[in-house]
Design a protein around this ligand. Structure first.
Ligand code: F6R
Length: 604
């Protein structure tokens, strides 16, 4: 999704902006641009497509010591150069980049900007014209004009604004969209994602909603919209530059798939002590103990991780678990229980749909827990409690290690609560031992990459559609596996409850339709899935089986080494991640940056 980077007071501004935008590429975008100034010289360069195209256009000429850059993921207006940011005011004096969606841009245009000429269709251009009108037509200084516009603008935004007549400043404001200040030595930065600043600094400052920041090379002034100064301390981020590199890997996705055994081990060392005792924050354990129902709110892959955790959470905490799709719950909550606890599962901690639910939960004064990979992210800051996934930055758009880390983190939470409640199943579930077996199972699956790549070639090289089927937890894995396959290979794929096929969808099975059947080690369910496999095979389906050791048969295709049933989703998903990876690779697609998608979905 859109990304912002800005820098003031560094003579390498152009390069810092381009490198920052490259670091934001993983979030998904369709066009990009930068604006740089040096004294009274300015340059505005935009391009549709990759940052590499923008770099070519910039060449070596455009030097500056202050600038703002943007990657755009189209919402209002097509991905064309005239819609790419930065945008400028009527006279060109002010230049703005924006993430988010301005809900009342049409009204603002009509009420304030009659006679203005617009180059494109974006809401952002309306915003910069509005600020520009207050400066250029009404004679306000830039700060007052910005403040006045912020009082009128409704919606979500992260703004970075430059006035070319004010040589030393970047003006910044945010509401609902992420934005951070980076504090450098003799210069300062602003960015929508810490990762784009990590080369320059690890000292960051948060900006909260409805705050405005005046940034110069040696000062950061945080204010509310009435102009009152606010105190803000910088903090040191724990990000490591090497975490965000690809190393020798051809793609981030493959690197992140391979990192999963070490993520499991990292979680063991974080959430258990050397004696195997749980090291989960007692306040979080208490919050779960006090709840009469757990509401897991999430989107996409994180939503699937919620389902994969539901059974063990219920059994170990003795508390019913309900799942909510964030984008649905933001607009209508069902009847809640008396003592709900909301659990937000989110890799990025920035998903606008999930945040919208959290805002409602906070308005209702209800307790919440965010489980996220990104410390300091919006959902982490705004929830009552946070548990971290410790998976390291996930750069590939297709989420892999965050999904498995979410299930493992939930397992620690469930075990800690179960233990505190003297739940007998919790006493019998040695989560540390079981997760170390999971790490080994993942390693075994990862050592079979070549075999999986060959199977994928046989099964999917000409496929336009496919099915994953499973029962119980395997059904939830099927949902995740199908999402992964479709998002990066563009093969239409459905994850289906195996027994439900015959109630309608089996009519889609024809000669050669790929069906991938998942069977974890469940003696009640597996024979039924075998029956469903026979049904689709009889109708011409090309079947591939992924089966957990213990119930495997000689002609099964991929055998996964056995783990505790609570954690089978982690082990079973690994081959499906590789299926998606190789299907995308074999089709010559951009594995890490699939079309139309964004890593961090910061619009509703
Ligand atoms: C798919 C994927 C998405 C995210 C979803 C929620 O591979 O990554 O479906 O899971 O956009 O994002 P987070 O977890 O950041 O809230």
């Amino acid at each position: 999704m859109c990304g912002i980077v800005g820098v003031v007071g560094n003579s390498n501004a152009t390069d810092i902006l381009l490198q920052g935008l490259e670091k934001l590429e993983y979030r998904g975008y369709d066009s990009a641009g930068i604006f740089v100034t040096a004294g009274d010289k300015t340059a505005l360069i935009k391009s549709v497509g990759r940052i590499a195209d923008l770099r070519d256009k910039v060449g070596n000429q455009e030097l500056g010591d202050r600038g703002i850059g943007h990657t755009r993921w189209a919402t209002h207006g097509k991905p064309l150069e005239e819609n790419a940011h930065p945008h400028q005011s009527e006279t060109g004096r002010l230049t703005l980049v924006h993430n988010g969606v301005i809900e009342n841009y049409a009204e603002l245009k009509e009420d304030y900007l009659a006679g203005h000429h617009f180059n494109g269709q974006t809401d952002t251009e309306v915003a910069v014209h509005l600020i520009g009108k207050f400066v250029e037509e009404d004679g306000l200084d830039t700060l007052s004009a910005f403040r006045q516009a912020l009082q009128l603008i409704k919606g979500s935004y992260a703004f970075a604004l430059i006035d070319k007549e004010d040589a030393d400043t970047i003006y910044v404001a945010k509401n609902k969209s992420p934005l951070l200040i980076g504090v450098g030595q003799g210069y300062n930065m602003v960015c929508s994602d810490a990762m784009a600043m990590i080369r320059e600094t690890n000292q960051y400052m948060e900006i909260h909603d409805q705050e405005l920041v005046v940034l110069t090379k040696d000062s950061v002034s945080v204010q509310d919209y009435s102009g009152n100064s606010l105190e803000r301390e910088a903090y040191t981020a724990e990000l490591d530059l090497s975490d965000i590199g690809k190393g020798t890997y051809p793609h981030y996705m493959l690197k992140e798939i391979d990192e999963q055994p070490s993520v499991m081990r990292k979680l063991i060392s974080t959430y258990a002590d050397a004696n195997g005792n749980m090291a989960v924050d007692p306040a979080i354990v208490k919050a779960v103990q006090e709840a009469d129902r757990l509401y897991i709110i999430a989107a996409g892959t994180s939503y699937h991780a919620g389902f994969a955790s539901k059974q063990f959470l219920e059994e170990l905490t003795d508390t019913p678990v309900e799942l909510g799709i964030a984008s649905e719950w933001g607009y209508g909550m069902p009847l809640l229980s008396q003592k709900p606890l909301f659990i937000f599962l989110t890799q990025s901690g920035e998903t606008a749909d999930s945040r919208q639910v959290l805002v409602k939960v906070n308005e209702l004064g209800l307790p919440s827990l965010t489980i996220t990979n990104v410390p300091g992210s919006t959902l982490s800051r705004e929830a009552s409690h946070t548990m971290l996934l410790h998976a390291g930055p996930e750069i590939s758009v297709a989420s892999t290690k965050a999904y498995t880390a979410q299930i493992a983190t939930m397992a620690f939470l469930a075990k800690a609560v179960g233990q505190a409640n003297n739940n007998t199943k919790a006493a019998a579930f040695d989560v540390v031992h079981e997760l170390s077996l999971v790490a080994q199972s993942i390693e075994a699956s990862l050592s079979d990459k070549e075999m999986i790549a060959n199977k994928v070639e046989e099964l999917l090289s000409t496929a336009r559609n496919a099915f994953y089927i499973g029962r119980g937890n395997d059904y939830y894995v099927a949902m995740e596996a199908a999402l992964k396959l479709k998002e990066i290979s563009y093969i239409q794929c459905e994850g289906f409850a195996a027994g439900e096929l015959k109630h309608g969808t089996i009519s889609l099975i024809e000669d050669g339709t790929p069906v991938i059947a998942l069977m974890s080690n469940n003696s009640i369910l597996a024979p039924h899935v075998r029956g469903n496999v026979a049904e689709v095979a009889a109708r011409g389906a090309h079947v591939l089986t992924i089966v957990e050791e213990g119930i495997n048969k000689e002609d099964d295709d991929i055998v996964v080494s056995s783990v505790h049933p609570y954690l089978s989703s982690i082990a079973m998903v690994i081959p499906t991640q590789l299926v998606a990876y190789y299907a995308s690779l074999q089709r010559g697609l951009d594995v890490d940056k699939p079309r139309n998608l964004a890593k961090s979905v910061t619009v509703e």
